[in-house]
Design a protein around this ligand. Structure first.
Ligand code: SF4
Length: 324
């Protein structure tokens, strides 16, 4: 691939350097630990959890480190993207004319009704299974969550969608980086879309959509991780990460530079580092970092710093007692 620059920014060379640096650091972290860490896939949930409280992440163990499985909550975005992609495909057929804006719930339901293949990959197979089982409550909850996701996405992106928008993680497979010489580690981003053409010039942005806004710290971690994961997986650094919120219409833009990529690469390495540490000591509150995650932490009762936080500033949220 030919390296290209935008305003002095070498998108391909920068991604290559990031790949080398992260691979070197991962190799060093694994070499310093015991044998038997096993496979480690680094996605945005793991990066966010480690950045929030490494002690809690380690304490989750194998059950918490992997994908929790499909549910109405985890499937909403995937169903919405797949439904929107199918709608766009249908309306791009010759003779279909200009597409009217998709009705969110109707579009989602139509796609879910088309899911009949029990062996299909990803969320399509799960929806087919739920339909086969007649699990009406789960299907209804999934359709509601997906239609809320889609309505918010259309609200912030507008209709027609930007001509250079492409949906990501919508059933077409996920780009994954497997660093050469670092066995067992893989990294992939979870961006919902891209804006702009992916080329060596790096003039594209990654889009992360959330149905609801809030928690600015977590948003920054997410955007920073997606910048690095996108560069690592594509070998081209994006120029920005756009984080949108469906309820408020918010569009936050993180411009990507060397510092952002270094921080994002650090998040990737930190996940693997914590998995290495977890092989020697699992949950250990010695390095616990109290914060909002304490409110739903499975280890809270065995964590003195978390208890102190929950009985102090964590007792109130938005000025109101939590759980009152
Ligand atoms: S209670 Fe809070 S500080 Fe303690 S492990 Fe859980 S998230 Fe971390």
């Amino acid at each position: 691939m030919t390296s290209a620059t935008r305003g002095g920014w070498d998108a391909v060379g920068t991604a290559d350097r990031l790949r080398r640096r992260v691979a070197d650091e991962l190799g060093a972290v694994l070499a310093a630990g015991p044998v038997g860490v096993g496979r480690v896939h680094v996605g945005w949930v793991a990066a966010r959890d480690v950045a929030g409280c490494a002690a809690r992440y380690r304490g989750q163990g194998e059950d918490g480190w992997g994908f929790p499985g499909w549910s109405p909550a985890t499937a909403a975005g995937a169903v919405a993207r797949a439904a929107l992609l199918a709608y766009l495909d249908d309306h791009e057929r010759p003779g279909s004319g200009a597409a009217p804006p998709p009705a969110p719930l109707g579009t989602v339901r139509q796609w879910m009704r088309s899911c009949r293949d029990l062996s299909a990959d990803g969320v399509a197979g799960w929806v087919a299974e739920r339909r086969d089982d007649g699990d009406a409550a789960v299907l209804a909850a999934t359709a509601a969550g997906a239609s809320r996701w889609l309505a918010g996405f259309l609200r912030v992106m507008g209709w027609p969608l930007p001509a250079d928008l492409g949906l990501l993680n919508a059933g077409q497979g996920t780009l994954t980086w497997r660093p050469a010489g670092v066995a067992g580690v893989s990294v992939s981003g979870g961006a919902d879309a891209r804006l702009g053409r992916v080329s060596g010039a790096g003039r594209f942005s990654l889009v992360v959509h959330r149905p609801a806004g809030g928690d600015d710290g977590a948003v920054e971690v997410r955007a920073t991780f997606e910048a690095a994961a996108g560069a690592l997986a594509r070998g081209i650094a994006p120029e920005a990460v756009l984080v949108t919120a469906g309820d408020t219409g918010e569009r936050l833009r993180l411009a990507v530079d060397d510092d952002v990529l270094a921080a994002g690469g650090g998040l990737v390495v930190d996940v693997v580092r914590q998995r290495v540490i977890a092989t020697e000591r699992g949950f250990d509150p010695a390095d616990a970092t109290p914060g909002a995650a304490c409110r739903h932490c499975e280890r809270a009762l065995e964590c003195p710093p978390g208890q102190a936080w929950l009985h102090g500033p964590g007792h109130a949220r938005g000025g109101l007692p939590v759980g009152a």
